[in-house]
Design a protein around this ligand. Structure first.
Ligand code: ATR
Length: 261
């Protein structure tokens, strides 16, 4: 998506993927700085490690305690590495665009309390959802995250069990659904699809997970995580280039590369 966007804007830039062993992350970042890279994206498990490897954390990175985007900035003969995270904004924009869902005042059943679940939970709380139900296979992790939310966003009602009533959204942030044959990430004995209007799955490959297929057949509006991937990338593009990202071109490139159409 980035190369398509660079082409569209006539920038002689390239986006290239490198596989970096976590033990070499600091060296890799320093190498990119030395070679005058414009910036970097980082993914799991580097997002958390990089927090201690940049010169400055933008507000977004401070809030989420993670870095998925680095921008190298030249100032007074030095190159500074600034860390950002664009994942959370990606979630918010995609939910609005793909499900027409406004987070303020919404009630949400969030599945998963790993890295992606934590970012989603913090963002939902920041956006002032009314109520958050956090469900995770390992209950202790859901409770730990609930404690963090309670402390940082006391106005959000939060529990670590299935809702007894209707919710506006189910958001899957677990990895269940990535592999063929994976079970549903929620327990249908405890919660039914008639209790929600919309279902979002952060997974984008396969395009329709079992969760989304079952929800769609039950009449729910559904969306996969492609929009989240797109918008975190669009935000990173804006940070690096200072230019408005050509979002339509970026989406088309993603669809072509991921789904082959
Ligand atoms: P990510 O950074 O993608 O969020 P992660 O931090 O490893 O990755 O989190 C994976 C999430 O998927 C967790 O919520 C995990 O549940 P646990 O905290 O209990 O491990 C969830 N998950 C993974 N495999 C699962 C399975 N087979 N059944 C239920 N939940 C699962």
């Amino acid at each position: 998506m980035h190369n398509a966007a660079f082409n569209a804007l006539g920038l002689n830039w390239r986006y290239v993927a490198f596989e970096v062993d976590p033990k070499n992350l600091r060296t890799a970042i320093e190498g990119a700085r030395a070679m005058n890279f414009v910036g970097l994206n980082l993914t799991v498990p580097h997002k958390l490690l990089a927090v201690d490897m940049v010169d400055e954390l933008d507000e977004s990175s401070k809030i989420f305690g993670a870095v998925n985007t680095i921008k190298f900035e030249k100032a007074k003969g030095k190159v500074r590495a600034i860390g950002f995270t664009t994942d959370a904004e990606g979630i918010k924009i995609s939910l609005r665009e793909d499900l027409e869902l406004k987070l303020r005042g919404a009630s949400v059943l969030l599945l998963g309390a790993g890295g992606a679940g934590r970012t989603a939970a913090l963002k939902l709380a920041m956006e002032k959802v009314s109520e958050l139900f956090l469900v995770n296979r390992t209950q202790g992790k859901a409770e730990e995250l609930a404690r963090e939310i309670k402390k940082r966003f006391p106005s959000v009602k939060i529990s670590t069990s299935y809702p007894g009533t209707k919710v506006d959204l189910i958001l899957n942030a677990t990895s269940l659904g990535l592999r063929p044959g994976d079970a549903l990430p929620l327990d249908l004995k405890r919660f039914s699809f008639s209790q929600t209007r919309t279902v979002y799955d952060m997974i984008y490959r396969p395009a329709e997970t079992l969760l989304l297929a079952v929800a769609r057949r039950a009449g729910c509006k559904t969306a996969n995580g492609l929009g989240m991937l797109l918008h975190q990338g669009a935000k990173a593009f804006k940070i690096w280039t200072g230019k408005t990202p050509p979002v339509g071109i970026m989406r088309a490139a993603l669809e072509r590369n991921i789904y082959g159409h």
